[in-house]
Design a protein around this ligand. Structure first.
Ligand SMILES: Cc1ncc(COP(=O)(O)O)c(C=O)c1O
Length: 361
């Protein structure tokens, strides 16, 4: 196929996680919040008028920007709303990189980054995470990396590990280009890099409404950065990336902090339970600060085989056939009954008997 440019001809596209239509499957594969969005979201959607549907929406999602400014304590023009965090990534990659430019990120991390780089013809500088005992650290090379764009997922996906703020501060100071801290999972972590945005004009944070706010079906994300940087990104993004319904829903969800926080607390509680239950079965992995756990399968078992057997049992988790991940499963934290069902299924597969029956979720 020579109709498209050579970069596109040569690249492999992104493979999204499986989205089964059956609602009876226990879906622990794409890190959605197991709880629905705030009830205020439905009320906000119900109030959408025909006139709002007839007209184009606010180009900058004004109501959402103002709500985000209040929640995060930054000016409204430091917020850029996008059609999911993924669109923000695409805007930043396109704004920062020309063919041949270098983009650096840690490996493994979100598997969309190399795809976006390949589409532009940018060169990837992959910095391997250092696995130290039971955690993962950023390698020292990050302080001297030479690239136009540096992406750090914090908490990391797919490991769930967290880099501390002082290290992030030093990394940003030492880097000449734009630093993107992808905080898609930050709602489940003890802290955000938000205070650093005030200090560094070359920093942008990515936030997603898909995980913490239970709105993956709505497609809404946003960036937080100083206006001087966002003004550049605004130039190349779509004119109306967020529709009127999504703006109303995302605004209502973000404003109901009390509801969202209650779902995060339940997920965090279950995450720690799940990690304990997996460890009792011989799985091992770093402490997670996210809404999923990454676990190496017990000795003598194969991760793709366990993935397939769980799927046959009606439980969907994520297996990545990528370097460093081939012996691991990434499991989204679900509701207590879903986590218990997963542990029961694994118990049956691993030891032939139901290990979870003695545990209470
Ligand atoms: C690390 C990371 N960043 C960004 C995103 C994008 O999220 P969304 O486009 O749903 O807001 C995801 C989604 O899975 C992710 O895992």
């Amino acid at each position: 196929m020579t109709l498209v440019n050579i970069n596109v001809q040569n690249m492999a596209g992104y493979t999204p996680g499986e989205q089964p239509e059956s609602l009876s499957i226990i879906k622990l594969n794409t890190n959605e919040n197991p709880y629905p969005p705030s009830p205020l979201v439905r009320a906000a959607i119900a109030q959408i008028t025909d006139e709002q549907l007839r007209r184009y929406p606010s180009p900058d999602a004004r109501l959402f920007r103002e709500a985000a400014a209040r929640v995060h304590g930054v000016p409204a023009d430091w917020i850029m709303a996008t059609n999911g965090g993924d669109e923000l990534l695409s805007v930043i990659f396109r704004a920062c990189l020309l063919p041949g430019d270098r983009v650096a990120f840690l490996e493994p991390s979100y598997s969309l980054y190399p795809v976006l780089a390949a589409g532009i013809g940018a060169a990837v500088e992959a910095l391997p995470y250092r696995v130290v005992g039971s955690t993962w650290n950023v390698p020292d090379e990050i302080y001297s990396v030479n690239a136009r764009l540096l992406v750090i997922v914090n908490p990391n996906a797919p490991s769930g590990t967290l880099t501390d703020i002082d290290a992030l501060d030093r990394i940003i100071k030492s880097f000449n280009g734009v630093v993107l801290i992808d905080e898609a999972y930050v709602d489940f972590a003890p802290y955000s890099a938000l205070p650093l945005v005030k200090k560094h004009a070359n920093l942008i944070l990515l936030r997603s409404m898909s995980k913490g706010y239970g709105l993956a079906g709505m497609r809404f994300g946003y960036g937080i950065a100083q206006r001087i940087l966002l003004d550049q990104f605004y130039k190349i993004r779509d004119s109306y990336p967020c529709d009127a319904v999504a703006i109303a829903a995302a605004t209502a969800a973000l404003e109901d902090q009390a509801y969202a926080r209650q779902t995060w607390a339940k997920v965090i509680d279950q995450r720690d339970w799940l990690r304990g239950a997996l460890s009792e079965m011989g799985f091992s992995g770093p402490e997670s600060f996210s809404n999923f756990v990454l676990s190496a399968v017990p000795a003598g078992f194969s991760a793709p085989d366990l993935y397939a057997r769980l799927k046959a049992d009606g439980v969907l988790v994520r297996y990545f056939n990528l370097p460093g991940l081939q012996d691991k499963l990434r499991i989204t934290v679900g509701k207590p009954a879903e986590n218990a069902a997963l542990v029961r299924a694994l118990g049956r597969i691993i030891s032939g008997h139901d290990m979870a029956s003695q545990r209470k979720a």
